[in-house]
Design a protein around this ligand. Structure first.
Ligand code: KIV
Length: 305
């Protein structure tokens, strides 16, 4: 865990909202970009307060929120509901909606129309889609429709089964060359940033010179322009097993279990609620109510129907 937690020095309401051009400036000036996922209103409030730059409503929600064993089952409705909840909690970070599996592959029209839903119904500023190859055309179409697109290469969880599972990518010269080709193609069609997931640090390093757009890494080494982690992984909310690239900064699950156990214990030993958790009634009102309860007619009227 991080030894020195730092609270951002600029209060949330004085921060300037992050835009796509601001991310380009950050790359230019070498200022690291901090990105994290969020899936609901409370986590959105937390990431806002912590001062992150980019919030991704990731399709990892399928796994860390909904309990599936892959990201593919989640659909547009669930993603848009979550993105809209996150929108209500964030003001400063750039909000990116992750296009779920099945929402953009079929055609450019499908991709544009679902990207528009993220913008219109959830207030996202941008969308993310996975892979190079056929996704390059989809990215170009969405960019031309006026919506900023973030690419995602390396380990692309939506197609993990065709990659042989949740495995690092680019570990052979051939795979690394494919990764380079996909990345450059996504950059050439106008993606404003690209996520590199589970890529050897040396491969990232070798590619960085050719990339004009910010690269955000997750298990891609220190050479990228920024880093992204899944909220539940970095805070220790979800499960014991995390990928190699995760550093845990908190044990929120442990805190939640201990808080709930303390609550259960207090209820069972009648220590909760205490006086300060109860409401009062004017003594005269209470007296009148008692008189009402004492009336013989009350008992009779209860059976009168
Ligand atoms: O869905 C997600 O959370 C992601 C990040 C891991 C980049 O795509």
């Amino acid at each position: 865990m991080s030894p020195e937690p730092k609270v951002p020095s600029t209060p949330p309401d004085e921060r300037t909202p992050i835009t796509v051009p601001r991310l380009a400036e950050m790359k230019e000036s070498g200022e690291p970009i901090v990105m994290v996922t969020a899936y609901d209103y409370p986590s959105a409030l937390v990431v806002e307060e912590a001062g992150v730059d980019v919030v991704l409503v990731g399709d990892t929600a399928a796994m860390v929120v909904l309990g599936h064993d892959s990201t593919t089952p989640i659909g547009m409705d669930e993603m848009v509901t979550m993105a809209a909840a996150v929108r209500r909690g964030v003001r400063t970070p750039l909000l990116v909606g992750d296009m779920p599996f099945g929402s953009y592959e079929a055609s450019n029209e499908q991709a544009i129309s679902n990207a528009q839903i993220f913008v219109k119904e959830a207030g996202c500023a941008a969308v993310k889609l996975e892979r190079g190859g056929p996704s390059v055309d989809r990215a170009r179409a969405i960019v031309r429709a006026g919506i900023p697109v973030m690419g995602h290469v390396g380990l692309t969880p939506q197609t993990a089964s065709s990659l042989g599972g949740f495995k690092a990518q680019g570990r052979t010269a051939e795979q690394a060359a494919k990764l380079a080709e996909d990345t450059l193609a996504l950059q050439s069609v106008g993606c404003f940033a690209i996520v590199f997931e589970a890529v050897p640090a040396a491969v990232t390093d070798a590619l960085m010179d050719q990339l004009e757009v910010p690269v955000i890494g997750i298990g891609a080494g220190p050479a990228t322009d920024g880093q992204v982690l899944v909220f539940h992984d970095l805070l220790g909310i979800y499960g014991e097993q995390v990928p190699r690239f995760v550093r845990r900064y908190a044990d929120v699950r442990g805190e939640m279990v201990s808080g709930l156990s303390a609550y259960a214990d207090d209820v069972r030993h009648r220590r909760f609620p205490a006086d300060e958790h109860t409401y009062s009634i004017d003594p005269a009102e209470l007296e009148e109510f008692r008189r009402y309860l004492d009336q013989d007619s009350l008992a009779a009227s209860a059976w009168d129907w």
